[in-house]
Ligand binder design. Sequence first.
Ligand SMILES: *[C@@H]1O[C@H](CO)[C@@H](O)[C@H](O)[C@H]1NC(C)=O
Ligand SMILES: [Zn+2]
Length: 630
Amino acid sequence: MGTKIQLEEALQFLREYDGEATDKCFRVSSAQWAYSTNMTDSNKRKMVEEQTLKAKFDKVTWRKAVEFDWTRLPDPMARRQIRMLTMISRASLSDEKYNEIHHLISEMKDLYAHVRICPFVPNRRSEEPIYCDLDIGDAQKIMANSRNSYELLHLWEEWHDKTGQPMKNKFMRYVNLANQAAALNGLLHAGEEMELVYETSEFQDELAESFQKILPLYKEFFAYVRSKLYKKYGSDVVKPNGPLPAHILGDIWAQDWSQIFDIVIPYSQFGTIDVTDAMLQQGFTPLRIFQMAEDFYTSIGLKPMTPEFWRFSLFEKPTSRKVQCTASAWDFCNKTDFRIKQCTEVNMENLITAHHEMAHIQYYLNYVDQPYLYRRGANPGFHEGVANSILLSVFNPVHFYRKGLINNKTDSYEKNINFLMLMALKKVAYAPFAYLVDQWRYQIFERGVTRMNSDWWKLRLRYQGVVPPKLRTESHFDAAAKRHIPADIPYVKYYVALILEFQIYKAMCEAAGDKGLLHTCDVYRSREAGRVLSDILRVGRARHWKDVIKMFTRGQTDKLSAEAFLEYFQPLYKWLQRANRNEPVIGWMTDKDDLALYQSLVGLGFRQNASKFVVNTVIIFNFLIHMNLY
Ligand SMILES: *[C@@H]1O[C@H](CO)[C@@H](O)[C@H](O)[C@H]1NC(C)=O
Ligand SMILES: [Zn+2]
């Protein structure tokens, strides 16, 4: 920390920063947009140029910011903003090491993006060639739809082997550099640095407390899902009392289990909601999907989309050029230009995604008059939390009924339980995973890289009750199968978002005066609910997130609290307790065979990766755009 304490000087610096940062943001997002919607070499080059300039600008900004002793600035606003600028992680490194860590991260992202795996070919005759060209999207489709445990195991192993091993050496160097940067900032390790953004020392306690609250529900849910998987796959694959193997949950990371809904559906004769057919019958188009989403927001008193939004957004996959199709919401930082990119097809999933992305645009529109540093969520979980809280109202039988997309309200008990089970497969299943990823990362930063893989599985077993389906050793690097690890993208924000999602939804439902069960609340057309939301959006990051929670819960709490989450799932929880009455173990029992799957004492070594990879430096600034990927 520096010695400057002149307020005038600090304010001058912040004014200049605001203008320049806004301009840089405009240039980077324009270049990123150009490339993402038209993937040519020349557009990529321009994007990388702008990103490199932005990285340099960040470093210069950091150098100026640390000349101030922010603790002694008399103005709280200036104090907080300067402090935020000193948190630009890694800028404390020398130019050489700063470049090295950025380069390493882009190399790892590039490696990850280019992983291709081999399909499962049983009884292959040796002369038949195999085309190993499945990418993560193909792999996920098979994980979702295949019910052949050999095929699932094959894909799981392929993906984990081919992402982990090439990444390992680079990741270890990255850990070392990130820790050096943290040490230069006076911190113990890089995990501490990643958490500074939450601006509270009670953060981990709050997370742990909320997770403990969710755990009884998770255990009931887990035991029920296991009993169904046991029936489906038998004792060769599933132990009746034990943890679950990671390959049969419908998802390569076992984080979202909704693809196995058909296996675990409580009342199969009752089905669940799907409005795709109705949308097709009613002649929906991509444009109409976005108009319907806009109508939702204006109905609760939020803002209509801008003319620029309708003119420049990309709603359909163009046929004449290559585009990057992940749905995302963009803020060009010039106060007028906001866009969504979504290769929209007419189906329910895209209808939901459109509402989600438009929630991000609402956030952008509402905090547009804040200074640059406050034009973001109150903490890194808020953007996703807000967007998903809206979805609880939209992906909701009551809402679809009101919009004429289903004929009869889902009021039977069985349909409600089916619906809540589907939601649990998405949300309850996800909670421990979202919680543990950064716990692992911080542990590695803190304790070192010698037991990276067994540390990973230790946490997955402890929180999720999931074990690897095959023997893993320290020569594997399974955490790298999740892109956020090699790509250096913080993860705990998704856990924060998951808790906030229900807290915010509950606050909106209370304001709307909804008296029914929480999961049936639809805030459509409620101005009162809209006010709760716009109050959150308008402040952006101008206030501490704990103040924001206090505001929208009307003083009830300033904590991340799992209460609303539990209330939402309460009918399912009761149902699960009855369904599980013959289950001997709620949760899972771990024996030494489970531990032996990853605790092997051999194989601590790793091979040096001799081949040099040629990559393009692509630094994606993850805070600029909100992508629907977690
Ligand atoms: C795509 O980018 C190229 C430049 O690389 C440009 O010439 C072309 O006009 C762009 N296409 C569209 C449709 O914007
Ligand atoms: Zn999002």
